[in-house]
Design a protein around this ligand. Structure first.
Ligand code: C2O
Ligand code: CU
Ligand code: CU
Length: 576
């Protein structure tokens, strides 16, 4: 089996060497975006049709160009025969507009979130985010760019003509099976795409060109560089412009991460160079390096994939004549970076990456998973963390496994402040929403949770290796507003009477109708669950709170109906 796969791969790489013009996704501008998710097919290999997905087409998705401050509406129509979701990766939006696993779009359904663009100018992306369904849907073509512009960025002398000197590059590796269907959960991701184009070729003018790099791959990290040894300048990270351009000859990009770079092609007219991944230089443990794991804790077919640990081309670049009004210099400074104040952090959390057992018979593998966060696998009905609105937190991410995991959190951009107890290097500075955590590494970031709270709808944090995410390496957090004046945080979501409140000994829940199943948690101000009780097929519950210390608490009730519609509420409770 492995051998067959190997010969097919060699054959593929021999027959399809012709260069194809790089696809530049069409740019849409708001304020209303109609995004029709559809299925179709493409001939990537000879006459074999590969089933694909796309937005407003059968393959890949348009680029959304928006300005900070714009109020936009997106009509996302699901033309697939399976349910989907659409997540605006990196955008600071309310949880109900975030497009995580809880905002399901049924087949033929339309989801129409409206929100204001609050992020600074940077490169974001959008992709499905269903529970267990992210990898298959992204791999089949559902991934598009979101470019946010703002006045600060506009005042800088930067290339910004989309498709001409401002080029989106979504680098993805994909696996195909013998029938040329896009395959999931295999380590044979040997087909390299940029913007959905195999063996892509791009003509650029001989001047300063901006590339908006996105690693949209399911698993693979890249170590980007140019075949002529060309240096380049990183100007932006995931969430915004840096304070000054950083001069580089290599840039490591893990799945989910973005980077904007400037490349000065002046004087190179007539030349052809390649954007490559120098994966031979990737540190061990990163998916894409020459080795992962040790002993029995390895990924089975990993060493059969010839991309791992080798250097390969991603994009052929032909340099032509200068365009009108070229940018010919790289700015010396960009946007001042406003650091978070570390002393303002009021809450510390630790998120540990480890293997988990999904089934009792599972033998988890430290290189191959399944992996969890804080020893748990993702569950739609569980809230893993509760964050208070308008507070600053420091999270420590600890990797106990043998593979590097790109950690991503929704809602916020963060600042990495420490790696393995040491101050960070220049490559980790700037606004981030994805950070790669090496095996046995521990990374601290700081962020502030602002603007949006919702006692019902959670945000996600997860590993952006899509196979890991789908296998459960994901968790959720609520942002709740503890200053809500009435004591009930979301009145219309509370389907029960709670009395007495304040209470001394017994606390009674009287549900409005008999409920199938509910979980009641009493949570202290630190967000820790101190009392947990369940109720089934009844309409009341009496909790003994006599041993709880006096003070303020939150009561979280998760009501599970017979249908998929769970109801979730939080309210304040005072123990006397
Ligand atoms: Cu790009 Cu939660 O994802
Ligand atoms: Cu995201
Ligand atoms: Cu992972």
């Amino acid at each position: 089996m492995r051998l067959t796969a190997f010969f097919i791969l060699v054959y593929q790489s021999l027959v399809s060497q012709a260069q194809n013009p790089l696809y530049i996704p069409p740019a849409l501008t708001g304020p209303v975006f109609n995004l029709n998710i559809q299925s179709g097919s493409k001939m990537f290999y000879g006459t074999n049709a590969t089933p694909t997905y796309g937005v407003n087409g059968s393959w890949m998705a348009p680029t959304l160009i928006v300005n900070k401050g714009d109020s936009i509406t997106l009509h996302v129509k699901n033309g697939l025969s399976v349910k989907t979701t659409m997540h605006w990766h990196g955008l600071h939006v309310a949880a109900k507009n975030d497009g995580g696993p809880h905002q399901i779009i049924l087949p033929l359904g339309t989801w129409s979130p409206s929100f204001k663009i609050r992020n600074n100018a940077a490169t974001f992306w959008y992709h499905p985010h269903g529970a267990g369904q992210t990898d298959p849907q992204v791999s089949k073509g559902l991934a598009g760019f979101i470019i946010v512009r703002d006045s600060t960025e506009a005042s800088l002398n930067l290339p910004r003509t989309y498709g001409l000197d401002d080029i989106p590059l979504n680098v993805q590796s994909k696996a195909f099976d013998e029938l040329k269907q896009i395959a999931i959960s295999t380590d044979m991701d040997t087909a390299l795409f940029v913007n959905g184009t195999l063996h892509p070729l791009l003509n650029v003018p001989q001047q300063v060109v901006r590339f908006r790099l996105l690693n949209g791959s399911s698993l693979r990290s890249y170590n980007l560089g140019f075949s002529n040894g060309q240096i380049f300048y990183q100007i932006a990270t995931d969430g915004g412009l840096l304070d000054t351009p950083v001069t580089l000859s290599r840039l490591r990009l893990s799945p989910g991460e973005r980077a904007e770079i400037l490349v000065n092609f002046s004087g190179l007219i007539g030349q052809t160079i390649n954007l490559k991944s120098y994966s031979s230089e990737l540190a061990k443990g990163i998916y894409g390096a020459d080795s992962i794991g040790k002993g029995i804790d390895i990924i089975d077919a990993y060493n059969d994939n010839f991309l791992n640990g080798s250097d390969f081309n991603l994009l052929q670049i032909n340099i032509g004549a200068t365009s009108v009004n070229p940018v010919i210099t790289v700015p010396l400074s960009l946007v001042p970076f406003k650091h978070f104040n570390i002393t303002s952090a009021t809450r510390y959390r630790k998120i540990e990456f480890d293997t988990i057992r999904l089934l009792p018979a599972d033998v988890p593998n430290l290189a191959d998973g399944p992996f969890g966060m804080n020893h748990k696998s993702f569950d739609m009905e569980t809230i893993n963390e509760i964050v208070h609105l308008n507070t600053t937190e420091i999270w420590t991410l600890v990797n106990h496994t043998l593979v590097a995991h790109p950690f991503h959190i929704h809602d916020v951009q963060f600042e990495v402040i420490e790696k393995n107890g040491k101050p960070i290097s220049i490559s980790d500075k700037g606004w981030k929403d994805v950070v790669l955590i090496m095996p046995n590494d521990s990374v601290k970031f700081i962020s502030r949770f602002e603007t949006f709270s919702d006692p019902m709808v959670p945000y996600m944090y997860h590993c952006h290796l899509l196979h890991h995410e789908d296998d459960g390496m994901m968790a959720s957090f609520l942002v709740i507003d503890t200053s809500a004046s009435t004591g009930i945080i979301n009145v219309e979501q509370v389907h029960y009477l709670l009395y007495p409140n304040p209470a001394i000994n017994n606390l009674t829940f009287q549900f409005k109708d008999a409920i199938h199943f509910a979980e009641v948690n009493i949570i202290n101000v630190l967000g820790e669950i101190i009392l947990k009780q369940t109720i089934s097929n009844s309409n009341s519950l009496i909790l003994d709170v006599s041993t709880i210390k006096e003070g303020m608490y939150f009561i979280q009730v998760i009501e599970r109906g017979n249908t998929e519609n769970n109801r979730f509420s939080i309210q304040k409770f005072i123990k006397q």
